[in-house]
Design a protein around this ligand. Structure first.
Ligand code: PEP
Ligand code: MG
Length: 541
């Protein structure tokens, strides 16, 4: 989105609110006059439309806002620059979970590969950093320190600007316009809250995300990806040790060290949310992505653990996957290593006891199982969680009440919704994976051909951005129907990236979902879009 577009959405809000003041318009009509999708960009700086600029290339707009900074080619470089008081643009082929510090240290992220639900896109959107992904005209050569963008060669350290709202990449530092949030914004959102039927929660993985989510009006957390919380610097090596453990005893010893860290992270989030609902998702880390990748990471890990580099390489190779997003992740980790679930369940219960004691408001606790395809997986995990709950009850005298639910993100799970609902108190549709698995399009590899599909008119929209109603939507409808028939009180939600997209939110309203959950910066969008969807549904009725 450019500056003139931004100011037009500010004007649209102002005009709508003023028209209500002069009684020319009802509040409901005013709410329908503002494009919900435009609100997200109002919370970020943007490229000044009047400034001279030299465009190098265009990628996919993955997280709005603009940022300038020197090029860093690795997370370490981004961190080193940050330590010297400068924020870089992290430029790489694609990011992996171990890049979290680089992403946090950078002002913005630019990747040559990956789609709108790639790792870089999700993390950047979650923390509100500008991000451009799938920029196929970007070539990175770490060894020579040269980045080629749209045919122009730039050196590590040279300044570029990215606009995550338009996907544009510019040479040099382009002047920025700061976000202008007027009182009309708050007024409009207040009206929206009075109208909407669906609740709005946020996807928040860290205490910082949770604070942002609350500030933007989230009513709870609908998805806390527990693996991201474990990416603190000291913890990533522990996660790697856990993954590379060769015996259960070895793994349990590492889990014992992770427990207090995970408990502290959960407790802080529960305290911030102060009695509001929080859905913790059990571990869903594609193992492969957590392994040390480069030679330098292998050497660092070897130094930290005393394992020889050769052994680290051997163990990593034995766990390498060709399709990590369809591999050893989600509840499959819990089935192969139930001791991980046991550690996480204990961390969740103990944190809830601690936070409830501090705030006086017991947390509304929900435990969510990722990537199930059958009721059997849920039963397997539920049994382990219940056993931990019993153990905590006998040690502490009580255990906080909790709901067990599941993500529905595989077609098999949607079709088996009736038997799954017998065990699950809620379903949250993970539409990032559901889109990938229903359409058979890899989340990470889609940009290579998606633009051809869009320009040929085969797809109207990127299905990872706006829910594909005919196939993915149809499965959601079917799962909702079968699930509710089996358990009328079943709560239904969405927590894929579509949860912050207005058209997809309209679909959620039509399908009778109870709430949407999206990145904190999209919560205002979802609040307005949910109100608009309620109003449109009322008109149709
Ligand atoms: C999803 O698949 O929609 C989801 C929310 O989970 P993740 O993006 O972590 O796979
Ligand atoms: Mg998923």
């Amino acid at each position: 989105m450019n500056d003139s577009h931004l100011s037009s959405s500010v004007s649209a809000m102002k005009a709508a609110v003023e028209a209500v003041g002069s009684t020319a318009l009802s509040r409901e009509e005013a709410l329908l006059q503002v494009a919900a999708a435009d609100l997200e960009a109002l919370l970020h700086p943007s490229v000044d439309d009047n400034a001279a600029r030299h465009i190098l290339a265009v990628g996919l707009a993955a997280s709005p806002g603009a940022a300038s900074g020197p090029i860093a080619l690795t997370s370490r470089e981004a961190e080193a620059l940050r330590a010297r008081g400068r924020q870089a643009i992290l430029v790489c082929a694609q990011t992996s979970p171990s890049d979290i510090y680089g992403i946090q240290a950078a002002a913005g992220i630019l990747t040559a590969r990956g789609g709108k639900t790639s790792h870089a896109a999700l993390i950047a959107r979650g923390i509100g950093k500008p991000c451009v992904v799938g920029a196929r005209e970007v070539r990175v050569d770490i060894d020579s320190g040269v980045v080629t963008i749209g045919g122009e060669a730039l050196l590590r350290g040279e300044t570029i600007t990215i606009d995550g709202g338009s996907g544009e990449i510019f040479a040099g530092a382009v002047p920025m316009a700061e976000p202008s949030i007027s009182g009309d914004f708050a007024t409009l959102l207040g009206w929206a809250d009075g109208v909407r039927r669906m609740k709005v929660r946020a996807n928040a993985d860290t205490p910082a995300d949770a604070r942002k989510a609350l500030a933007f009006g989230a009513e709870g957390i609908g998805l806390c990806r527990s693996e991201y919380m474990l990416l603190e610097r000291t913890q990533i090596d522990l996660i790697r040790r856990m993954i590379l453990s060769e015996t259960e005893a070895e793994r349990r010893a590492v889990l014992d060290r992770l427990l207090p860290m995970q408990r502290a992270g959960f407790a802080e989030i529960f305290e911030i949310m102060h009695g509001r609902p929080v859905t913790i998702r059990l571990l869903d880390a594609p193992l492969h992505e957590f392994l040390p990748q480069s030679e330098s990471e292998i050497l660092d890990f070897s130094l930290a653990t005393g394992l020889s580099p050769g052994r680290v390489r051997l163990l990593s190779d034995s766990l390498a996957e060709a399709n990590p997003l369809l591999g050893h992740r989600g509840c499959r980790l819990a089935v192969t290593y139930p001791e991980i679930v046991e550690m996480q369940a204990r961390a969740i219960f103990e944190a809830a006891i601690e936070a409830g004691g501090k705030t006086g408001d017991p947390v509304e606790l929900e435990i969510m199982v990722p990537l199930i395809g059958t009721a059997g997986e849920l039963a397997f995990i539920e049994t382990r969680v219940q056993a931990v709950a019993e153990a905590v009850r006998s040690e502490r005298g009580s255990v906080p009440p909790y709901l067990m639910g599941t993500m529905i993100e595989l077609p098999g799970a949607a079709l088996r919704a009736a038997e799954i609902a017998e065990r699950a108190a809620f379903f949250s549709f993970g539409t990032n994976d559901l889109t990938q698995t229903v359409l058979g399009i890899s989340r990470d590899d889609a940009p290579a051909f998606l633009s051809a599909y869009l320009s040929a008119g085969i797809f109207d929209r990127d299905p990872f951005v706006t829910l594909d109603r005919k196939a993915v939507g149809e499965l959601i409808r079917l799962a909702a129907e079968r699930g509710r028939a089996a358990r009328p009180s079943l709560r239904l939600a969405i927590c894929g990236e579509h949860g912050g997209d207005p058209d997809s939110i309209a679909f959620c309203e039509e399908t009778g979902l109870d709430y949407v959950s999206c990145s904190p910066f999209r919560v205002p969008v979802a609040r307005l879009a949910a109100a608009q969807a309620t109003l449109r549904a009322r008109k149709r009725a």
